[in-house]
Design a protein around this ligand. Structure first.
Ligand code: PLP
Ligand code: COI
Length: 372
């Protein structure tokens, strides 16, 4: 990934329409004490519109609430939609920060290109986060709530009312925000993974590297299959050979070998270029691990665990941070990693990352961006 470019002045100005009926303090505090994931939304949201003639316009922070869409809106038929997932972290001095936002902005542009949606300039993307978090800053959990955060969900979709199959000539951008505790309700406990042999998530030339809603819709049947086998998540294999480990439905994967070296599937154009993944590659090297990005087969995973060569496996992403994988199951067998316990390397990488995100350690990489 590239160095963070210096941000210039935002090209888009967001009008602020503060609602007069925000959630009362007491009720908001009750939500922050036990937020879960993605269940409650803050008082406001960002909206902006794009048309070919006017470009991005009508940008504003306004009351969170239902959107009005025509039933013929293109997104409802052809899924021309993309999104991002980020977090705002409260530091001990009360300031609020986000993590590598220019990387999410760049990925949003790449996803937009793949889905034939208009690019939103990096400065406008980062400004949209700043204005929303500024207006709803009371919703960013304080340090008394532990490692909670405000999850930010920028998204863009085809809002033109038109049934022809072509890129929409009216597009809506929005950001919503939701206080977040742990992504998995069990807290930091190893998750179990089901190997999907029937379904694939992505194929060469497809949309696997884009963060578009359709990828997630296509992963749900596999997720149901995983649940039927008492597993929390699915691991997808490559679409050509059904052999190479790609990623989970919403997380990238890392393998820690007995000798301390670390392997993560290389970016082949069919997996999401995770920003957590990229950061962990860097942090793990700094912690002294030899890190390789290469193809790893499902057999290497199964046999590596059985022989003891693979000591720990973890998944990572913005929502899930670093989550240990305790069990891998497939039609006909299973293996258990590290006795089903959280491994020491997983724990160390997780805390190294969280210490940066929560401002408990010096940000030597310049990854943190202050919002408020
Ligand atoms: N892979 C998929 C399919 C995802 O949805 C996500 C989550 O955003 C990730 C990987 C991890 O990406 P990031 O670390 O940028 O959140
Ligand atoms: C994230 O980690 O932010 C994601 O988008 C994953 C999932 C919630 C879809």
């Amino acid at each position: 990934m590239t160095e963070a470019p210096a941000l210039s002045e935002p090209t888009l100005t967001f009008a602020i329409e503060r609602r007069t009926d925000p959630l009362p303090d007491e009720q908001r505090e009750a939500v922050l004490a036990n937020p879960g994931f993605g269940k409650t939304f803050t008082d406001h949201m960002v909206l902006a519109t794009w048309t070919p003639g006017d470009g991005w316009h009508d940008a504003r922070v306004t009351a969170y609430g239902p959107l009005t869409l025509e039933p013929s809106a293109a997104v409802l038929h052809y899924a021309q939609e993309i999104f991002e997932g980020m977090k705002a972290y409260r530091h001990a001095d009360g300031s609020v920060w986000t993590f590598r936002p220019e990387q999410n902005a760049a990925r949003f542009v790449r996803s937009a290109r793949r889905l034939a949606l208009p690019a939103l300039p990096t400065e406008a993307f980062v400004e949209s986060l700043r204005v929303l978090v500024d207006v709803d800053q009371a919703w960013v959990p304080g340090t008394e709530h532990g490692e909670a955060s405000l999850y930010l969900r920028p998204f863009m979709f085809a809002s033109e009312a038109f049934l022809g199959v072509r890129p929409a000539a009216k597009v809506t951008y929005s950001v919503i925000a939701s206080p977040a505790g742990p992504y998995f309700s069990g807290g930091l406990k190893p998750v179990s993974i089901w190997v999907s042999s029937e379904y694939v998530r992505a194929a060469p030339g497809g949309t696997g590297a884009a963060k578009c809603g359709g990828n997630y819709a296509a992963s749900l049947a596999a997720q149901v299959e995983a649940s039927e086998h008492q597993c929390d998540q699915v691991v997808f294999l490559d679409g050509l050979e059904h052999k190479w480990v790609e990623e989970l439905g919403g997380m990238n994967l890392f393998f820690v070998r007995r000798d301390g070296s670390i392997v993560t599937p290389e970016l082949t154009g069919t997996i999401l270029e995770g920003i957590t993944r990229d950061s962990i590659v860097e942090l793990a090297k700094e912690l002294g691990h030899d890190v390789t990005e290469r193809r790893i087969s499902i057999d290497e995973w199964r046999e590596g665990v059985a022989s003891g060569d693979i000591a720990e496996v973890f998944a990572c992403g913005t929502a899930a941070v670093v989550t240990p994988v305790g069990r891998l199951a497939w039609d006909g067998g299973e293996v258990v990693m590290n006795g089903g316990e959280v491994g020491a390397v997983t724990e160390r990488i997780r805390s190294t990352l969280l210490d940066i995100q929560y401002g408990r350690t010096e940000d030597t990489h310049g990854w943190m961006h202050r919002l408020v």
